[in-house]
Design a binder for this molecule. Sequence first.
Ligand code: GLU
Ligand code: ZN
Length: 311
Amino acid sequence: MPVVPPDTSANQYVGRFAPSPTGELHQGSLLTAVASYLDARQAQGRWLVRMEDLDPPREQVGAADAILRSLEAHGLHWDQSVIYQSQRQAAYRERLLSLQQQQLCYPCNCNRQRLKTLSAYDGHCLLQPPVDGSANAVRVRVKNSEAITFEDLFQGQQSQHLANEVGDFVIRRKDQLFAYQLAVVADDIDQGITHVIRGIDLMDSTARQIYLFQLWQAPVPIYGHLPVIVNDQGQKLSKQTFAPPLRDSENSQNLWRTFVRLGLNPPHDLKAADCETQLRWGTEHWHRTRVPRTESINEGGGGRLPPWQQQ
Ligand code: GLU
Ligand code: ZN
């Protein structure tokens, strides 16, 4: 299948930050927000914010507003209005329909126990369709026999053989919610996203997403996956690991620490500057090649230099 290259000419850059409102912003999500912001602003591009409120049971009341307030408190102002996935159901339905019309989907009622035993989905429900049509998931067929390869901005070349490593994958869940993979690609297409900068925990989803871009004949964005911040136990900072929310009153320290983690080597006196000044400095000094080419950064970094900058 031909890959349509993205239009990366000047001013065409469109980046985004796409948080799920499962909790407040923490050091880990700030790293992603700042890196995507700096990359977009340095390219004189647009930077959009999209609220991924696709999965109500996982969401926390008030988190979406708290995230937006916190972004603003850190001087991270976005372009255009914020898009909410909860209001995009009609667009997702249409995307699903277009795949169904091409006979690229089928219902699946495999249970969790069965799925756990598989390294890639084996096409069971394609061969033996479920009789009861009510509470089924929908899978998209993975027909390409070649590996999907992309050049990650930070992690270098990546490759995944979808058919062997993933198999036909879910685009609508059993509970009838649209799957993350479908929603995120539908949104990235409709928002004209050219660059996706996000945490490395999502790198494993990228081949599936590129495949959907190809099925919908849309230009594939450039991807960059950042290391995630881990705590002393090596766990990714998240609501589940009780990552403390950012204090907006410490906005300048937070940004400065994020610059350190991104390898920007900020001067010490920048720590006391206001966020606007810091972000201007950051936009000028942002270098993709300085971002650590690792999977994780230890949060213990505090004000100290991270290991890759220590002599
Ligand atoms: N909403 C996802 C998250 O918070 C990010 C999706 C993306 O950047 O593609 O983990
Ligand atoms: Zn099945």
